[in-house]
Design a protein around this ligand. Structure first.
Ligand SMILES: Nc1ncnc2c1ncn2[C@@H]1O[C@H](COP(=O)(O)OP(=O)(O)OP(=O)(O)O)[C@@H](O)[C@H]1O
Ligand SMILES: [Mg+2]
Length: 183
């Protein structure tokens, strides 16, 4: 079954998923690229300068092409068919550090604020739990870890149930400390 690496934009999905692909021999798939290449969008949001994903068509497309030997990199978890996925790793990052990373990328302030708020609230985690069910979802706090260290946590979790248990949804909570970042 395929593995999914999810998380708020900028948390490190692509870096981690590509390295995980190298370490496991699984094929790396970037869902954002697939959506553009195969026109799996419903339109373009001018304000956000982003495609609006057609999640139903995207799921249908992935149901056809996934062989279950992939690492899928996405922040739109609803676009992935649950029947093809064994485990979802939602990467989390301290929102202050996420803000710095997005600033370094030159993102507009409004987009940075939206993504920081999404990370504080754990939007992608909640979406993933709703879509895949709690048993298949875990979260990895990447704060202070290198890409290799994050990949090692994931490999250890896949190998040992007791490590996976420590990554259960709810293990990361930025709300208490960082609610002041919400507008
Ligand atoms: N563990 C890490 N430690 C330090 N920097 C990192 C780490 N992971 C990723 N980065 C850096 O953070 C930036 C964002 O990483 P990356 O592109 O992998 O994120 P992403 O989640 O795929 O973002 P997007 O959703 O926009 O595609 C890059 O400059 C990358 O080099
Ligand atoms: Mg990426």
């Amino acid at each position: 079954m395929a593995l999914v690496i999810a998380g708020t934009p900028g948390v490190g999905k692509t870096s981690v998923a590509q390295r995980l692909s190298q370490r496991t021999g699984r094929r790396y798939l970037n869902l954002a690229n697939l959506i553009v290449e195969n026109q799996l969008y419903a339109g373009f949001d001018e304000e956000r300068k982003a495609y609006v994903v057609d999640t139903r068509r995207c799921r249908e497309y992935l149901s056809q092409v996934l062989t279950c030997r992939e690492v899928l990199d996405t922040h739109v978890v609803e676009a992935v068919p649950p029947s093809k996925v064994s485990q979802v790793f939602v990467l989390r990052l301290n929102p202050i550090q996420l803000r710095e990373r997005l600033r370094a990328r030159g993102y507009p302030e409004r987009k940075i604020q939206e993504n920081v708020e999404a990370e504080v609230l754990g939007v992608v985690l909640v979406d993933a739990v709703n879509h895949f069910g709690e048993e298949r979802v875990c979260e990895v706090d990447t704060t202070g870890l290198s890409v290799d260290e994050v990949v090692q946590v994931i490999l250890d979790a896949l190998a040992r149930e007791e490590i996976m248990k420590n990554l259960r949804p709810g293990s990361v909570d930025w709300l208490e400390k960082y609610h002041h970042l919400l507008h």
